[in-house]
Design a protein around this ligand. Structure first.
Ligand code: SF4
Ligand code: SF4
Length: 86
């Protein structure tokens, strides 16, 4: 896993944001958070960052979209840029 981090460690692209009362949110119209499986190394950093039970990591990460509040914590913590809005 350490080798995968070295090879791939790069921040994920942060989507265009709109300012909100509690925090800035991505503009999600026609976009949703997803995982690029080829970049996910199963480290669970995203899981530890998520406060809304919106992620499952069983080998690879999966997003439970109905729980996701678009807080961006996971995306900012993911060391490989595997979490993206598209
Ligand atoms: S954006 Fe926030 S709520 Fe959604 S999966 Fe990531 S950490 Fe969890
Ligand atoms: S999505 Fe990123 S932080 Fe989450 S398990 Fe995969 S590599 Fe780790």
């Amino acid at each position: 896993m350490a080798e995968a981090f070295r090879d791939r460690a790069t921040p994920g692209p942060v989507p265009v944001l709109v300012s909100g009362i509690s925090h800035d949110r991505p503009i999600t119209e026609a976009m949703e958070l997803g995982v690029i499986d080829d970049l996910c190394v199963g480290c669970s950093y995203c899981l530890m960052a998520c406060k809304d039970d919106a992620l499952v990591v069983e080998g690879l990460c999966e997003v439970i979209l109905e729980n996701c509040t678009d807080c961006l914590r996971c995306l900012l913590w993911c060391p490989t840029g595997a979490l993206v809005y598209s």
